[in-house]
Design a protein around this ligand. Structure first.
Ligand code: ZN
Length: 394
């Protein structure tokens, strides 16, 4: 497909409900060229047009660009320590269907079965999948999540027939497929399959559709069972050489007397999560630190308030260190980090400001709750799948 067709699809995706005229302006092309492009994409069942809602302004009526009714879809999956969820997402980010379930520690067969069921329902329309996981993902799409006991999990088994990041040119139009494909007749090709860390995906989603769309360098911090995050520089997610960037929870901003499950001492994550709250309250490490943290943060008791304040201060101190180091202009906070901002804003902001270099204190980069909330990781999974898919359409 031509670059302009790809760009037009991207514009329709990033700005749902964009008019054909506005899309033409964004691409810097004339209305005649835009009409032609839209006609071609419509013929390829990638894009459709619908009448625009009358704005009351005078002028020629225009149309808005909408997903084609039989156009491509991606699956966005989120797998956490306790549950899994799959969204079927159309161009523009709207979710058509969601399936979800709790799991008892081994979600993989259930998710694979759910993917097969969705492929049966939507057939060849499903062209890609993005998977968010609570751990690090190696380039070969193998997951390690030590806190969940998942080691070297092959994530490509979730969609056995997907061709993994194969450039369209590498997929032959006839003869043997480039890769071994299970039951190739039932799978659409080419397809894309991407997987990544939940905090990285949440960061990507905040920059694409959330609170950080206007930031030059956005820092995202997310606390679940541990602290993770990501840096998005001019729209580009910093992945690291092995895809394991963003393990900010293992920077030594914590108490050196505390041994982290990762093997290091003084990790920041051990000072800001549910185990940290339990330590302040003189209680044993909770079996479910996320639920425990939410309960303590919601509690009005004076001891709980003090523990929450102390943990919020430890969070603010570490964020200041990161902002000093990477020169971010916005910090978005997800999950329990957002809960701490809401519950103890004074403690968090005071320690954040006192940890900032004087040159940054005149206008400190704002700390804001992630706009996508708990949907950040799955929204990021969808965005990553679309990004990988666009160059391969139609
Ligand atoms: Zn650690």
């Amino acid at each position: 497909m031509t670059t302009r067709s790809t760009e037009l699809l991207r514009v329709a995706h990033q700005h749902p409900g964009v008019t054909r005229a506005d899309a033409a302006r964004r691409l810097g092309i004339g209305t005649g060229a835009a009409t032609e492009l839209v006609a071609r994409l419509s013929q390829a069942a990638l894009l459709a047009e619908a009448p625009a809602t009358p704005s009351g302004a005078r002028g020629r009526p225009t149309t808005v660009l909408v997903p084609h009714p039989s156009g491509p879809l991606v699956l966005a999956a989120e797998i956490t320590h306790e549950a899994w969820r799959i969204d079927v997402v159309e161009l523009g980010g709207h979710t058509l269907t969601t399936v979800a379930s709790p799991h008892a520690g081994t979600p993989w067969p259930e998710v694979t079965a759910a993917v097969a069921q969705i492929l049966h329902t939507y057939g060849g329309r499903v062209r890609g999948m993005g998977v968010s996981v609570p751990g690090t993902v190696a380039p070969a799409l193998r997951l390690d999540a030590s806190t969940a006991g998942w080691h070297d999990v092959d994530l490509t088994t979730l969609w056995p027939g997907a061709l993994t990041r194969v450039p369209a040119a590498a997929v032959p139009s006839s003869g043997a497929p480039a890769l071994s494909v299970a039951d190739a007749s039932t799978w659409p090709t080419p397809t894309v399959f991407v997987a990544g860390n939940d905090a990285s995906f949440a960061a990507a989603a905040e920059s694409a559709r959330g609170a950080a769309t206007d930031a030059a360098v956005a820092l995202h911090i997310r606390i679940e069972s541990g602290l993770g995050g990501a840096i998005v520089d001019q729209g580009h997610l910093l992945l690291g050489a092995t895809g394991a960037s963003g393990e900010f929870g293992h920077m030594p901003f914590g108490d050196p007397a505390i041994l982290c499950p990762c093997g290091a001492r003084g990790c920041w994550g051990t000072a800001v999560d549910g185990t940290a709250l339990a330590r302040f309250l003189g209680q044993p490490p909770p079996p479910d630190p996320v639920t425990y943290a939410r309960r303590v943060i919601a509690s009005p008791g004076p001891h709980e308030r003090a523990a929450v304040g102390a943990v919020a201060a430890a969070l603010g101190r570490g964020i200041a260190g990161l902002v000093n180091g990477v020169d971010a202009d916005l910090v978005t906070l997800g999950s329990i980090a957002a809960d701490l901002l809401a519950a103890a804003p004074a403690e968090l902001h005071t320690s954040y400001r006192s940890g900032l270099m004087a040159i940054r204190r005149a206008s400190p980069p704002p700390l804001v709750a992630a706009a996508l909330g708990s949907d950040g990781p799955i929204a990021g999974a969808a965005e990553k799948a679309w990004s990988a898919l666009f160059p391969q359409l139609p």
